[in-house]
Design a protein around this ligand. Structure first.
Ligand code: ATP
Ligand code: MG
Length: 630
């Protein structure tokens, strides 16, 4: 297919384009109107159509794929391995829906899911969808306070959790965090459903509130729960953004638009086929998990691989062994995870038979050229970066191998995806930028199907946070810098709050980070701008190295710092030279693997670090504190 023609049609004639895509899913009642734009920036897709996500992900495959594996669960933490065919998945989801119904869950009610990566978590999500209830999955790594905030925002009638998760061989108790969160919450759920994995012998059960999943499941052995048909614009779920730049926003998603958008991406963005296996290494607590561990592959009749564990345990070959054993064709991971693997022996990438693998997709953070080359050379398969946000639910920029695969250009996540009328504009005037000119990446409304409908319970926040940046025109702002080169490849240059103003130059942290990444000794890097009396701001870098021996003593650190700074000067010019580089063993990241530049900067300047609720490893921040002498 010709990308230009395909893309143009999606923008010039969205009703006919998306009307065609709507046929990728089953409707109980077909849409009456494809697009309603009467109240911008809100928009409604597939108005009057009635459908159900669970029906489309599970029931409709029973006729042709009942015996095909739908979900393969693998835990390198507990050693558990389990397969569920579509027929078995259907049964489990029905039992789970029956349990929830017995606990009072109805259409429109919220259910908070706070769980590790276990198959039951996915049964619960699908069961919510079946009942028309709105799930709000909270990442299992969040502490009690974060959970309490999300409980109060969603006001659930039920919370579902496990006794514990496992990370690096250690049990991480969840249930007592739930108890603490419920104590703190103003709107505690009346019931708590617990999937007891037997990992926490000290777990406390509260009479009258806590319900044992396994007991209840026995009670509903052959239960069948009818699908609740929902108008396409009813809410399907709430999911909070990662909180990299401040207070997380509760992204609200619809039913019909999301189903159609995801089904279309399985063809055009991922070029995947029903019956094949998809392995997405994210977590159900993130948007990538919602879209490409749970709904996308199942809507498409694929087998989804659900993996609990680290990429390096029992060894750094575990992912590739999974690809080999389950003939994965489509894999989706993040640059952060690849950088973790980069510290390991590259021989692991060659140990297993990866002939089934068609593409490795990456998203979530800028993919620097060095990392991209390392993984694509190592695996010998195309590595395709794509760019999106929790808000959009699917890729805004992509190579679209299912439409027309253009040659990869390192550092670029590709071209605007169909449906996204992307415009790169000057951040102050809103005027369209020319080729290679840096601006803010925006989308001309309407946002395509699958993108957020609003911020949960806060329409004003939806309008103001996303559409309020430009006075003269209504544009969705991504809050990311971007540029488009003369051939149409788009590059993401970091977040709009990650800019350094030095001696009158505006430098993106991303560019300096990219240059440092090109140094062979460097594994990961964060660059922030620190206040300077003379220059306004100076760039300071924090780096981790592949071989710790290099920085074992002061002389080694000094030599490495010099050669790294020389590398930046060589690639970007003297103006971008970091003022100082600190070598640390870990960088502070959110639980979703994004660098917390904002907190590093605040700490280094002696200000309050702000909301650290999403911080993955507190030691990493401690190290920065020591490095900068605070
Ligand atoms: P919050 O909005 O709460 O601060 P967040 O933006 O980190 O959190 P997500 O929606 O998980 O939450 O992340 C989306 C952001 O991740 C994008 O806006 C962009 O900054 C970055 N990103 C995602 N994919 C890519 C990519 N392929 N290349 C560069 N950056 C990316
Ligand atoms: Mg964001």
């Amino acid at each position: 297919m010709d990308y230009q023609a395909f893309y143009r049609r999606s923008i010039d004639d969205p009703e006919s384009f998306w009307g065609d895509q709507a046929e990728l899913i089953d409707w109980h009642k077909p849409p009456q109107k494809i697009l309603d734009q009467s109240n911008p920036p809100f928009r409604k897709w597939f108005v009057g159509g009635e459908t159900n996500l669970c029906y489309n992900a599970v029931d409709r495959h029973l006729a042709t794929r009942a015996e095909q594996p739908a979900l393969i669960y693998l835990s390198s933490e507990t050693g558990e391995e389990k397969q569920y065919t579509y027929a078995e998945l259907h049964r489990e989801v029905n039992r789970c829906a029956a349990i929830m119904r017995s606990l009072g869950v109805k259409q429109g009610e919220r259910v908070v899911i706070y769980m590790p990566m276990i198959a039951e978590a996915i049964f619960c999500m699908l069961a919510c969808a079946r009942l028309g209830a709105v799930h709000s999955v909270v990442f299992g790594g969040f502490a009690a306070h974060n959970l309490a905030l999300r409980i109060d925002d969603a006001k659930p009638c039920l919370l579902i959790c496990a006794d514990a998760g496992m990370r690096g061989g250690k049990a991480v108790p969840y249930k007592h965090l739930v108890d603490d969160a419920i104590k703190e919450a103003k709107f505690p759920p009346p019931k708590v459903l617990i999937v007891d994995r037997g990992l926490d012998p000290d777990m406390h059960w509260q009479d009258g509130r806590d319900v044992d999943y396994w007991d209840a499941r026995d009670d509903f052995r052959d239960a069948e729960v009818p699908v609740t048909w929902l108008e396409a614009n009813e809410p399907s779920y709430i999911l909070y953004t990662s909180g990299t730049t401040g207070k997380p926003k509760g992204v609200q998603r619809d039913v019909g638009g999301y189903a159609v958008a995801l089904a279309s991406t399985m063809k055009y963005v991922y070029n995947a086929n029903p019956g094949e296996a998809m392995f997405t290494t994210s977590d159900i607590g993130w948007v990538v998990g919602h879209s490409y561990i749970v709904y996308g592959p199942l809507l498409h009749g694929m087998t989804t691989i659900v993996y609990e564990g680290l990429p390096t345990k029992p060894d750094a070959g575990i992912w590739w062994k999974i690809v080999q054993d389950h003939k994965v064709t489509t894999m989706f991971s993040s640059p952060t995870a690849v950088r973790v693997l980069k510290k390991q022996d590259p021989a692991w990438l060659k140990k297993y038979d990866l002939s089934s693998l068609r593409y490795l997709f990456l998203a979530g953070e800028p993919l620097d050229e060095t990392t991209s080359r390392w993984i694509s050379d190592g695996l010998g398969v195309p590595v395709l970066d794509h760019y999106w946000q929790t808000e959009t639910g699917w890729a805004m920029l992509s190579y679209l191998p299912g439409v027309e695969l253009k040659p990869n250009r390192f550092g670029s996540p590709g071209f605007p995806a169909y449906g996204f009328n992307i415009r790169i504009v000057n951040d102050l005037t809103g005027e369209v930028c020319g080729p290679n000119e840096k601006g803010v990446l925006t989308v001309v409304p309407p946002l395509p199907p699958g993108c957020l409908s609003t911020v949960w319970g806060d329409d004003n926040r939806y309008v103001n946070s996303y559409f309020g940046q430009f006075e003269k025109q209504l544009l969705y702002s991504s809050s990311d810098w971007a540029l488009r080169d003369a051939d149409g490849y788009t590059f993401i240059l970091g977040r709009t709050d990650d800019v350094i103003n030095t001696a009158g130059h505006r430098l993106g942290t991303r560019e300096i980070e990219e240059a440092l990444q090109a140094h062979p000794a460097i594994a990961e890097v964060a660059v922030v701008g620190l206040h300077d009396e003379v220059k306004g701001q100076v760039p300071v870098g924090f780096c981790t190295v592949k071989d710790p021996a290099l920085i074992a003593d002061a002389a080694g650190r000094e030599a490495l710092e010099k050669s790294c700074i020389a590398k930046v000067a060589e690639l970007l010019g003297a103006v971008a030279k970091p003022y100082k580089l600190h070598f640390v063993t870990a960088l502070p990241k959110t639980r979703s693997g994004k660098l917390l530049r904002r907190s590093i900067q605040a700490l280094a300047e002696g200000r309050e670090t702000g909301d650290l609720s999403t911080l993955d490893d507190p030691n990493a921040l401690e190290e920065i504190r020591k490095a900068v002498g605070r």
